[in-house]
Design a protein around this ligand. Structure first.
Ligand SMILES: [Zn+2]
Length: 123
């Protein structure tokens, strides 16, 4: 019997030794790497998948109150975001990732499940 549990698909029960500490859906990171040269944020997930997220996409996808209000006012957040770079990424407990951008914006907290949705899954 292998000690490794690489994939746990279609199992509604996490079965870990630490119930309640891990968010649902397996969307929990084991490694976060900010690639400055390619302007992408790479997240490797606990279930073995990974996401590659462009800095501009992340900036345009910010869900903080200010950005949501801008989008409601039909401001072109996405276009302005193309040249913006991610300068800092800070995990916020079990919630997600606080991202700080080169335009000075750093109020958005991106939930893990949201980051996973945004990224391209690479098994
Ligand atoms: Zn924002």
């Amino acid at each position: 019997m292998s000690a490794h549990s690489v994939r746990r698909v279609h199992s509604g029960h996490p079965g870990g030794s630490d119930p309640g500490a891990t968010p649902a859906h397996g969307a929990f990171p084991v490694a976060i790497t900010n690639h400055g040269a390619s302007a992408t944020l790479e997240i490797r997930w606990a279930d073995g998948g990974s996401s590659l997220l462009a800095h501009g996409l992340l900036r345009a996808s910010c869900r903080c109150a200010a950005c949501v209000a801008l989008r409601r006012a039909h401001r072109p957040v996405a276009e302005a975001a193309a040249a913006i770079r991610l300068t800092h990424a800070e995990p916020v407990g079990q919630q997600g990732l606080n991202l700080v951008f080169s335009d000075g914006h750093g109020r958005g907290i991106f939930p893990w499940a949201y980051l996973r949705e945004l990224g391209v899954a690479q098994p």
